[in-house]
Design a protein around this ligand. Structure first.
Ligand SMILES: Nc1ncnc2c1ncn2[C@@H]1O[C@H](COP(=O)(O)OP(=O)(O)OP(=O)(O)O)[C@@H](O)[C@H]1O
Ligand SMILES: [Mg+2]
Length: 395
């Protein structure tokens, strides 16, 4: 309104420096003039209110953002009650509580980084707003420029959503790793209990039976019975040891990966070359690596028809890389429920990967890349510090 009626004053209705429209105007344009021209051209939403908080001018950009069709739908109406009358939660926003209205009435500038204005259809649009007191047609009023923050609010929401998702994903990964670690700890405990409990009980039985057999006066049929009992007790110890090895080999706990893998290689039905440094790794890493080698060597014996196999480990800055190669028939195909798929699941819980390369006729390579940092520190520390295991502290 003010702009339209001030004629030769151009933007002067805003109470800015006096300027004339004329041939010298171009010469005298300043950055401020350019900015004003942009406002009027409609690029930057502009909203003018008088001292009574009534809308006196809105440019096209403001009309557009607020979802109106024409400026005369707004001109003359109370500003706050037209576009600022509710909070984002839908509760009423009385003009008395509105800092913009107060600033307008007091003739003070105000800047609000995030506010919500109400569109014609009642939806809310996030804006930042800059209000400057100005003289309009001889009366004090306020010029407001604002920016639609919809895009940045959406980007911010998206960033927050991704952050929450990342955090959740991190928690899930950490908890999966903890579950694997807890299972390993439980396996070690079980093996220790078997060793200290049932196995040592059987060892005492064996010793007692050996003593009994040493008695020269033992009647023949009793001697036979005691001999059988001794054989059975020894077999039970062997079976118990075998069972414990399958659950969690004591060599792995006490002497580490290289030693445990050498034991596996010694028991294999074909020559197995082992190239593993005598180095200790976190418990979960050693267990994962061991079970990869155990499953791969079992598969070699069962399916590969190989003449030899080779197990290597390489330590990179971040990973332990384990490979098991054979020169057999190839064609290994992991499938649901099989040992290789189970290994892949176990490794995934540690953020490790399993790769099976096995072209028919070209041997098989199983390769696991296990992050060295997956061990959950509290549990690992408890284990490695425990004098019972006699394990030195791990890096
Ligand atoms: N080194 C290998 N050479 C040739 N074929 C292999 C080799 N390893 C695995 N395979 C083939 O891939 C299949 C999948 O192996 P995987 O270990 O996943 O399961 P599985 O050995 O059959 O079952 P499980 O491991 O539960 O005893 C095997 O059935 C076998 O046919
Ligand atoms: Mg298998």
């Amino acid at each position: 309104m003010a702009f339209r009626t001030t004629g030769g004053g151009g933007l002067l209705g805003l109470g800015m420096a006096d300027r004339r429209i004329g041939s010298d105007r171009r010469r005298r344009w300043s950055a401020g003039d350019v900015q004003e021209a942009l406002l009027i051209s409609g690029e930057i939403p502009l909203w003018l209110v008088d001292g009574d908080d009534r809308v006196t001018f809105v440019n096209d950009a403001a009309v557009r953002i607020l979802g109106f069709d024409r400026d005369d739908e707004l001109l003359g109406r109370p500003s706050h009650d037209s576009i600022h009358y509710k909070h984002p939660d839908g509760s009423p926003y009385p003009a008395e509580d509105c800092p913009i209205t107060h600033a307008t009435r007091r003739g003070e500038p105000i800047r609000i980084e995030r506010d919500w204005w109400v569109r014609k259809d009642g939806s809310l649009v996030p804006i930042s707003i800059h209000c400057v007191p100005m003289e309009i047609d001889g009366r004090m009023g306020t010029a407001m420029t604002f920016h639609d923050l919809t895009a940045s609010v959406q980007a911010e929401d998206e960033r927050r959503r991704l952050e929450v998702e990342r955090a959740r994903f991190g928690e899930v990964r950490a908890s999966r790793a903890r579950i694997v670690e807890a299972a390993d700890v439980e396996r070690r405990r079980l093996v220790r209990d078997l060793h200290d409990g049932a196995q040592s009980g059987l060892v005492r039985v064996v010793m007692a039976l050996q003593l009994a057999l040493g008695d020269g006066d033992l009647p023949g049929e009793v001697r036979t019975l005691v001999g059988d009992a001794l054989d059975n007790a020894r077999r039970a110890i062997d079976e118990l040891r075998e069972l414990a090895r399958g659950i969690h080999p004591a060599a792995l706990t006490h002497r580490g990966l290289a030693s445990a893998v050498r034991t596996l290689a010694d028991r294999a039905s074909l020559p197995v070359v082992v190239e593993i440094a005598d180095e200790r790794y976190p418990n979960s890493v050693e267990s994962a690596a061991y079970f990869v080698v155990a499953e791969a060597l079992t598969n070699v014996a069962k399916y590969a028809r190989a003449s030899s196999a080779r197990v290597t480990t390489t330590r990179t800055a971040s990973h332990l890389v384990v490979t098991v190669d054979d020169d057999g028939i190839g064609g290994a195909r992991p499938s649901a429920g099989g040992g290789l798929a189970g290994l892949a699941d176990r490794l995934a819980a540690l953020d490790a990967t399993l790769t099976v390369s096995s072209r028919p006729g070209d041997g098989t390579q199983i390769r696991a890349e296990i992050p060295l940092s997956t061990a959950t520190p509290t549990i690992a520390a408890t284990q490695v510090d425990s004098p019972r295991y006699g394990i030195r502290r791990l890096a």
